[in-house]
Design a protein around this ligand. Structure first.
Ligand code: 1CP
Length: 338
């Protein structure tokens, strides 16, 4: 059987677009909530290989998805760089201490070994064993800029003022931080590929807070370093460009295969401006509409998608209280295509 996801990443023609859902394991699934309760904390769930593998597989048992994404978090590997943080119940990450200035990251470097992330490798091996060959397994990391946003802000934000100010106050030192993160994350995703990941997605969720010129100068060199380091691995490289419609031209020259775009980006334009395979981009809010409406919007999205080199997905992570019926209607509409 064909692995639709990997074929589409290579711009091969497939019978229908492959589909998976950003943040497909999570609180909208009752079985995830039960597993999370059993684990006691989100970090335990991430660092216990059996539990992380189970969380990864849960959505695959319920839905006809073409890919699994390993259950973890973008901040997890930062522990190997000596950064400590917590995930309070029902909230985003909280760092013990924000990076207040360049002296706080002067000593930061990639770890000598990724041994401390062995539970993630173990979870990848368990999941790969459990999946049929036609379902792809995706590894991931945070993009340097998005990770720097959390390091500088210490928590989630909507406008990332501290990170944007730092980028103007200490441009060269910030560039050095991004380069260090790029080097570390390149090694970390290579570690995931060695354990069975067949594609890697780099999440630049907060790319869009920067204008194109600044993204080009500050961020693109780090992304270039990260993606270039993965060249020899032979796995598709995906960049998620959150809120990034204005950055499509800027990422066109990067050595990667797939650009994942949010719900405000035109899919055809994304394909044309980047020359890459495109992934996305239904608004996660659509899944709250009636089943008829979900199907109508999904089919409209497919109409706007390129015929070859397209992977169906949401434009950002699925929300915790999303109705299962909405998810099912979304997937049915894709299966009915063309
Ligand atoms: O299927 C999956 O759920 C895969 C696992 C996964 C992934 C790919 C999680 C689990 N997190 C991520 C990536 C991630 N984490 C991103 C990039 C994608 C995106 O933009 O959504 C980002 C920005 C984070 C940071 C993060 N971790 C947030 C965002 C909110 C904020 O305050 O900025 C949150 C809520 C977390 C915690 C987290 N990570 C994952 C889950 C299921 C949770 C919630 C904890 C729980 O409900 O138990």
């Amino acid at each position: 059987m064909v692995n639709r996801f990997l074929a589409a990443c290579r711009k091969q023609k497939v019978d229908r677009p492959p589909v998976w859902i950003m943040r497909q394991a999570g609180r909208y699934l009752p079985e995830y909530r039960a597993l999370r309760e059993k684990a006691g904390s989100f970090l335990t769930l991430c660092t216990n290989p059996e539990l992380a593998a189970e969380a990864t597989l849960q959505p695959l048992r319920r839905f006809p998805l073409d890919a699994a994404i390993i259950f973890s978090d973008i901040l997890l590997p930062l522990q190997a760089l000596g950064v400590s943080f917590q995930f309070p119940d029902n909230g985003g990450p909280r760092l013990a201490q924000a990076f207040a200035g360049p002296e706080d990251w002067a000593e930061l470097q990639a770890p000598a070994s990724w041994e401390s992330m062995e539970p993630v490798a173990q979870a990848l091996r368990i999941v790969r064993q459990a999946l049929p060959p036609e379902v792809a397994l995706i590894g991931f990391c945070g993009a340097p800029w998005t990770l720097a946003c959390y390091l500088l802000e210490a928590r989630g934000s909507s406008d990332w003022t501290k990170a944007r100010i730092a980028a103007h106050r200490w441009p060269s030192q910030l560039q050095k931080l991004l380069s260090t993160l790029a080097h570390a994350m390149g090694e970390y995703v290579a570690f995931q590929v060695a354990a069975g990941a067949q594609a890697v997605q780099v999440f630049d969720s907060w790319a869009g807070v920067l204008p194109p010129e600044q993204y080009q100068e500050l961020v693109v060199p780090a992304l270039e370093r990260l993606f270039r380091s993965l060249e020899g691995l032979g796995v598709p490289r995906i960049l998620y460009l959150g809120h990034g419609s204005h950055l499509l031209r800027t990422v066109a020259a990067l050595p990667l295969e797939v650009v994942s775009v949010d719900w405000r980006t035109d899919l055809r334009k994304a394909a044309r401006l980047t020359g890459k395979v495109v992934q996305g981009n239904l608004d996660p809010a659509v899944l709250f509409a009636s089943e008829t409406e979900v199907k109508r919007h999904t089919k409209a999205m497919l109409q706007r998608a390129p015929e070859v080199g397209y992977i169906a997905n949401l434009g950002h992570g699925i929300w915790p209280d999303t109705p299962i019926a909405g998810v099912e209607a979304f997937l049915t509409a894709i299966q009915e295509n063309p």
